[in-house]
Design a protein around this ligand. Structure first.
Ligand code: TXA
Ligand code: MG
Length: 344
């Protein structure tokens, strides 16, 4: 068991002593949970294989699942990748700092522990001011996967990090809830055509506007077998799942409500849209049907709440897949272990 420090950093100027402490812990090889605009991340020095090994241990994460490396300015990227193609410049100009991760061929500065044994590396420049100040204070690029125990929903508040990682990491930064609420969009620029590996707040539509042709990896919508050779190893594992059995239910509001009301009521919960009227089983709304930003913002907290409520079965009204809805759908279909039904 480690003694986990809580470091309040809401304003990098005002909370400077805690900021410098976070930077020092990271520089010295420690593990610190930090806020970003997407989800909280469990950070360590990306260039130090031992520090990075600590991340895998604290999370219980499979070793072949590579980490995202976080930078706070473009110059930090130069010796991490073999070159910065035109497409990367265009994406950086439009979406950085922000919720976009790009995969590029790596240099030897990135240890294999960080890249999960791959010759490529995932790079992201977050926009959250506290995240940026922590990277700067550490003075090194930070590897940071989501700060949850492997398999459970990603943390969007510092309290979620405490629930999952207290006693397993050196410090947890106390800061605001995450503005976006789902992890960054991941795009690989290593093939002929740029390919979306994980949808996020930067949408497929926006990527196509910026780059022209962009493919969508089949793992975005489909289940991949555990031994499949996949382009993004993270997508093959069970993910985002509460303890309850989750079912994703497609259909109109009326059809959804009718479906839920027909289920065995013991331990049953529903996660619905604001428009879904007439549910008598316990329920939470995750936003209006068209409001994908609110859905993204609330969904992981609600999945965690289902565990706290002791839910046995959760029926979730399936989101539409346009815009940021694709990211919400991608997480929910995993939390449901790909169990989707059509309600009529
Ligand atoms: O928003 C985010 O991206 C958050 C915050 C903390 O920045 N981080 C995050 O990290 O979500 P993580 O480790 O939970 O997800 C990283 C994803 C995984 O699906 C992983 O397989 C993929 O990115 N990935 C990382 N490096 C890769 C690489 N070289 N090639 C292909 N996929 C890669
Ligand atoms: Mg994760």
């Amino acid at each position: 068991m480690k003694q986990t420090k809580l470091l309040p950093i809401y304003d990098p100027e005002r909370d400077r002593p805690a900021l410098l402490e976070a930077g020092r812990l990271l520089r010295e090889g420690g593990l610190v949970a930090i806020p970003t605009e997407t989800v909280y991340g469990l950070a360590a020095n990306a260039l130090d294989p031992e520090a990075v090994a600590g991340i895998f241990e604290a999370k219980g994460r499979p070793q072949d699942n590579p980490l995202i490396v976080h930078i706070h300015e473009m110059s930090m990227m130069e010796d991490l990748v073999t070159g910065i193609p035109e497409a990367a410049h265009r994406l950086a100009e439009r979406f950085w700092p922000g919720p976009l991760t790009m995969i590029l061929p790596k240099t030897n500065r990135i240890p294999m522990a960080t890249s999960g044994g791959l010759e490529t590396v995932a790079i992201r420049m977050p926009s959250n001011a506290v995240a940026r100040a922590i990277i700067e204070a550490a003075g090194v690029p930070l590897a940071a996967p989501s700060a949850n125990r492997s398999g459970s929903p990603s943390p969007t508040t510092w309290q979620h990090c405490v629930d999952d990682l207290e006693g397993r990491v050196d410090a947890i930064v106390q800061s605001d809830p995450c503005a976006v609420g789902v992890e960054s969009t991941v795009i690989t620029l290593c093939g002929e055509v740029p390919r979306l590996l994980r949808p996020g707040a930067v949408t497929l539509e926006q990527l196509r506007e910026t780059l022209g042709q962009v493919e969508m990896d089949r793992g975005v919508l489909e289940q991949l077998s555990p031994d499949a050779r996949v382009s993004s190893p993270g997508m093959k594992y069970k993910h985002y799942a509460p303890k309850a059995e989750v079912t994703l239910v497609r259909g109109t509001g009326e059809a959804f409500v009718r479906y839920v009301q027909q289920q065995q009521p013991c331990g049953l919960w529903a996660i619905c849209f604001e428009e879904d009227a007439g549910l008598t089983v316990p329920n939470r709304c995750y936003g209006a049907r068209e409001d994908h930003l609110t859905q993204a913002n609330r969904i992981f907290d609600l999945l965690r709440e289902m565990d706290k409520q002791g839910a046995k079965k959760v029926c979730i009204h399936c989101p539409d897949t346009d815009g940021v809805g694709l990211a919400v759908y991608n997480r929910l279909i995993r939390s449901a272990a790909f169990h989707v039904v059509d309600a009529t």
